[in-house]
Design a protein around this ligand. Structure first.
Ligand code: TYM
Length: 334
């Protein structure tokens, strides 16, 4: 890989089927960035252990995330596509960064507080230091840009803080990474019921997965909440209607979107027709990805090769950074 290009890093946990949020928040940017940057994209299997200690399904889930990334257009020959646990240097950097992370700030992290609420019986130290491991993933490659959805903003801010503290204490080694989305602010793909975001494990009936069959997609979209429609021209849209428009903007043509905007503003909109159109556009978007995923998943030897090749590339960059980190920290006395 060329040293001249800016460095990009990101990751996805293998905790379930990928969905439209993962695609539009992250993978769509990965695919674009692979042409212009040195990219490191990985499956965050170590992170998944913080909430999913049972590893029976892990191998299949890791393979699935790899296959889903490739089916969406990521080219393993252009980027380093690897599995987090294959790069042992991650764990070493995680250890050093843990000495620079404060218990108080970790306890205040939104994702940590959410997880404590969801699973009060499994508040392990790995969960508390989750953002430290994520910072290690990123800083290990000295990455500048991190393509992620809105939900990862706070983790990126913490990664910058840890890099900054390291640099102050030991010397300038780790660039401060920034969350990235082409052109715009970071995005959050809403769930179909308008109560939150699409998610791998929660809200499954209101989340569209890249693995969903056509009929499942149609059923989920048709169930999206609507009402009897606006009664006065130019009325503001309720959140759940705005959500349907937002989802349409992801997959439908401008012409289609304009038609329904005009219908809304003139109080002639028929939500049944709008949802039917959205469902078909979603089917057309998801079906080709789904069939490519299935074909790739059947080729285990290929996925194995992808992982090995990705790990090899990632190790080169990890080893170079860790040499600089150990040197800066004064751990170079043998
Ligand atoms: P994860 O696995 O939850 O999500 C993977 C990516 O998908 C984005 N995303 C969304 N974007 C928009 N709308 C949504 N509804 C939505 N749901 C998920 C996430 O923002 C993310 O970009 N902690 C990370 C994994 C990770 C990582 C890293 C990311 C580990 N190490 C280093 C970046 C850099 C996570 O749990 O993502």
């Amino acid at each position: 890989m060329s040293n001249k290009k800016e460095i990009v890093m990101s990751g996805i946990r293998p905790t379930g089927f990928l969905h439209l949020g993962n695609y539009f928040g992250a993978i769509r940017n990965y695919v674009r960035m692979q042409e212009d940057f040195d990219c490191y994209f990985m499956v965050a299997d170590l992170h998944s252990l913080t909430t999913h200690p049972d590893t029976k399904e892990l191998k299949l889930n890791v393979h699935r995330v790899l296959a889903e990334n490739i089916a969406c257009g990521l080219d393993p020959d252009k980027v380093a596509l690897y599995c987090q646990s294959h790069i042992y240097e991650t764990s070493e950097l995680y250890l050093y960064l843990n000495m620079l992370a404060y218990k108080g700030e970790l306890e205040k992290t939104t994702t940590f507080k959410d997880k404590v609420r969801q699973s009060p019986d499994n508040v392990n130290a790995g969960l508390l230091t989750y953002p430290v491991l994520q910072a290690a993933d990123i800083l290990l490659h000295r990455a500048k840009f991190v393509p992620v959805g809105k939900d990862q903003e706070q983790h990126l801010e913490m990664a910058r803080n840890f890099a900054n503290r390291f640099n102050h204490r030991y010397g300038d080694v780790l660039p401060e990474p920034i969350a990235f989305n082409y052109g715009n602010n970071l995005i959050k793909v809403p769930s179909l019921d308008g109560t939150g975001k699409m998610s791998k494990s929660e809200n499954q009936n209101a989340t569209l997965y890249l693995a969903d069959e056509d009929e499942v997609i149609r059923k989920k979209v048709m169930k999206a909440k609507t009402d009897s429609g606006p009664t006065e021209p130019g009325m503001p849209k309720p959140d759940y209607i705005e959500n349907i428009f937002d989802l349409m903007k992801l997959v439908s043509t401008e012409e289609v979107i304009n038609k329904f905007e005009t219908d809304y503003n003139s109080c002639t909109i028929r939500y049944g027709d709008m949802k039917k159109q959205l469902a078909e556009d979603m089917v057309n978007f998801i079906a080709p990805i789904r069939s490519r995923v299935n074909a790739i998943l059947n080729d285990e030897a290929y996925l194995q090769k992808v992982m090995e090749q990705g790990a090899e590339k990632a190790r080169v960059s990890a080893k170079a950074t860790m040499n600089r980190v150990r040197e800066a920290m004064g751990l170079n006395y043998f």
